[in-house]
Every structure is written in C-alpha cells, then in structure tokens.
Design a protein around this ligand. Sequence first.
Ligand SMILES: Nc1ncnc2c1ncn2[C@@H]1O[C@H](COP(=O)(O)OP(=O)(O)OP(=O)(O)O)[C@@H](O)[C@H]1O
Length: 575
Amino acid sequence: MMKLFKFLKPYRIPIIVILVLTLLQSLSQLFLPALMANVVDKGIVNGDISYIVKIGGFMLLVAAGGVVFSILAGFYSSKVSMGFGKIIREKMFTHIENFSLQGFDKVGASSLITRTTNDIMQVQQVLTMMLKVLIMAPMMFIGGIFIAVATDAAMSLIIIAVVPIIVAAIIVVAKKGLPLFKALQKKLDRLNLVLREGLNGIRVIRSFNRTTHERNRFNEANLDFANTAIKVNKIMATLTPIMMFVLNFSIIAIIWFGSIRISNGNLQVGELMAFIQYAMQIMFSLIMSSMMLIMIPRASVSASRINEVLDTVSEAKDPVEDKHGRRLEGFVEFDHVTFSYPGAEEPVLSNISFSTKPGEVTAIVGGTGAGKSTLINLLPRFYDVDHGTITIDGIDTRDMSQSNLRNNISFAPQKSVLFSGTIADNIRYGKKMATDKEVRKAADVAQVSDFILETKNGFDSVIAQKGANVSGGQKQRLSIARALIRKASIYIFDDSFSALDFKTDAKLRASLQEETSDSTVFIVAQRISTVMDADQIIVLDHGEMAGVGTHQELMESCEIYQEIVSSQLSEEETA
Ligand SMILES: Nc1ncnc2c1ncn2[C@@H]1O[C@H](COP(=O)(O)OP(=O)(O)OP(=O)(O)O)[C@@H](O)[C@H]1O
C-alpha cells in the first residue's frame, strides 16, 4: 500500500494541514477533562460561581475549537482521499489502455473494472481513516496515559492491565479476517463478471429462455459474495462487544478503586471524573487503531490487486529510440511467422511467409478458427510474434514505436465497436480533426450515407450505448467509414463485409478500390465473392498456409480453396 501512497505527493501540504488540525483537535480533547476536574474540585466543591463560569466558558471555547478543527480536518481529508482516488484511477486507466492484449486477457475485463472502482475505494477509505488516526490515536493514547499516571499512578495500573487484552483481541481478529478479505475481492470480481455477461448477453439469454438460468447464476455469485461478507462482518462484529466489555469493566474498576481513594483522601471527585474520561480516551484510541488495523489488511489486498495492474509491463515494448517515426509506404512482409497464445499448447499460426506492397489487396480466407484474425492482429502488434519477423518497408515492426506503427494502419475490426456519441463523432474517431466534408466522403465510400441521411438528425444522430440503435450491417459500414477517414498506408478489414448484402458488398468494394488504390489492403473474409478480385489470396488451414495466389491460380492449385469455393457455390445455388 505504501507504494500507492507515493501518488499522494501533490497533496503534501493539505496532508500537513490535516495532521496539524488533528493534533490541535486531540489537544483540545485532552485538555477538556482536566478543566472539568478543576470546575468540580475548585468551583463546585468551594461554591465559587465566578470560577465555574470562567473555566466553564473556557471549556466551551476549547470544545468549540475542537469541533472547528475536526470539521476542517474532515474537509481536507475528503479532498485528499478523493484526489488520491482520482489519480490512481487515471493511472490505472492509462496503464490498462497500454496493456498488451495478453495482459488484458490474463486479468479479464470484469476484474479490471472491480480493481479500478471498488479496490481503489477500499484504499481511499483507509487513507481517510489513517489521516485521522495516525495523529489522534497516539496523542490520545500517550497523552491520556501520561495525564492518568500524573493524576493517580496506582490507579493507572488498571489501564495498563487492560491494554494487552485489547491488543490481543485485535491481533486475533485481524489474523482471521485476512484470508476472507482476499476471498471477498475475488468474489466481487466473479459477481461483476456474471453481471456483465448477463447484461451484455441479454438478447441471447431471452431468445434461449435462459433468464432463470442466468438469474440462478447471478444469485449463486451474489449469495457467495454475501456469505463471505457476512463471515467477515461477523468476525469484525465480535470485536466491538469485546472492546465495550473491557472498557465498561475497567470503568467499574476505576470507580471502585477511585471511591476508596476518595474516602481515604488521596483523590478528589473531579480528578476521578477526569481519570474516567482519560481511561475512555485511551481505550477509544485503541479501538480506533483496531478499526484501522482491520481495514488495512482488506485495503492491502486491494492495493496489491491495484499494483498488480500497475506493475504489469506491456509485453509489446517500444524500442528505446524510434528511428522510424516517419510515414510508412506499406511494403509488408511476413517472414516465417509463428505465434501461440499464452498457455496454448499448439501455435495458432505456423511458418507464415508472404509479402505485399502498396496498391495491392491481400485477402485472407480459411475456415473458422483457422487463424485469420490472429494473423492480421499481429500487424498492429496487438500481439508480438514468437518466431520470425514482420517488416514494413523493411523495418521490423518491433523496432517502431507502437503509436507510429498504428498511425500508419487503419483497422476495421471483426466485431464493430461504436462509442456513445453522434454518428459524426464515431466516424471522426478515425481522424480527430476531420472536416465535415471528409466525414461525408468517408460515409459515402462506406455506403452508409443513405442510412445516415434517413435518420432524424443525420450525422448528428445519437448512437446509443454499444450502437444498440443501429443494425449489424450499419454498424459495420460506420466502422469502415471510421477506418477510411484516416489516410493510412495500410488498411485492415477483418471480416468487415460479412453483414452486408451482396449488392452493397460489391458497391463498397468498388468505391474502396478507388479510395485505397495507393495503400496496402488486407481483407479477411468468409465469402469468396468478396475476395475473388484480390491481388493475392492467402488460404489458411489450421494456422498454416495452404496456398497463396490469385483466385485463378488457387482454383487450379489449392484443394482447400477449391473446397471453400465449391461449398459456397452450392450453397448459393441451392438458396
Ligand atoms: N485471445 C485469445 N486467447 C487464446 N486463444 C485465442 C484467442 N483468440 C483466438 N484464439 C484461438 O486462436 C484460434 C484462431 O482464432 P482466430 O480468431 O484467429 O480465427 P479466425 O480464422 O479469425 O476465425 P473466424 O473466422 O471464426 O473469426 C482459435 O482456435 C481461437 O480459439
């Protein structure tokens, strides 16, 4: 957790202010019982009204001061802990954005969300508590003991006897709680995962009438989380009665011994009253520390989960010095490329070699799971190759900075993603400073203008969350428009035409040809009609290259390609 506290640097001054304010607040609390003892022993016992008014008035002032210090300290600590949370959230989000996809797959989106929200909140809560307890508890404890001993050394033995009991109770509770805190955060991850799947898959769930199944799955995860939380709370709840019992028992003992000492003339009534208050302050300081000690293990679990994310180094590293920060032309070469996903036994791509150049269209075909998406994901370095090299203009992609590399690539992913905002915002996502004319042109080329103009507000129509208010084909075309608005050297369309009807598919490819005539284009497709005109077609079969060439060449030489073609033709014929 200390590692995270380095993010508190910008708040050094407010933290010092909080500590000073808490110190003043503790002093006022230590001062009040002593004043009260004087009011009782000197004012009430002697019937000295003016003394009572004078010291009583002073007591009011001290108490009011304590309240003001406490409010100000509370105000500043909320400010510090909110700011601290904001900084870590920011750091985590930026870090996650730079994660390699391996790292992303490893931790999982749901856990990353829990870590960015709930885990940070746990650390924030402990920080707020710490800012108060750090000064207050030792002040009340040491100050209280010091004054108590000064008032009546013999009776202070009662306090000294109970302190080890309280400390032992805290240690036992903290030890029992720790494993449960770890489990609690993991169970929260699971709950978030089930919730996310349930919300994202709502259409599938309803169409398969699996609502009850999902509800049960959610209830199970929810119950599991709740049960662990109850267990944790039960353990923590035992602490309060133990503390209260010890506290009340020691006060009885103090009153008992105190009354004997008063009757012997060794102690005055006011002093006894003050002694009781000091004893309470000492024990409350221990209770406060115990609360913090219980919160610290939970927050440390959260802190280590946060640090795990912050410490994950992006496996796709940038070179120390990017000597190639220029516009690339687009001569792409895969040279004996082999790649496996982490943990997989078999490589998903083996020994892939081909080259392409600007002005050429390379299509990639193959059965589902053949490795088509994986192959094109290697180009923008979403993953790094295990063996072999991928070069652009003769430069290994690993020797370029990822941002420069990606600046030269325009990508339309297999699963179209739209962001909340207007249609124009979504297209402009590809080029921030694009003019309205450029946005319209990209939409025209992507054959999506007609649809946009039919909507009520045209380009300013709002896209619902995750593009819920547009069809699959419209989403794909908007995604293509976004890729096209950026003038890139390399265009990648990963199965981007699958939801389009044949006519739109053909029109789109014709206009695309004009638009991308100087660039290197990769098209992953299932439909042979989409790839027939490509300059070269790569046929993938279980991660290996089964053939490469034009449609005609492959029809003559590649059995797998022939099978794909004949299966589609017969499908179309029978349709
Ligand atoms: N993130 C991942 N982690 C582990 N394995 C993966 C991952 N993504 C894909 N795979 C595996 O790699 C193989 C190839 O997947 P890929 O998505 O490249 O196939 P594809 O040819 O594009 O398939 P499709 O046409 O169905 O989209 C599959 O067996 C898949 O299970």
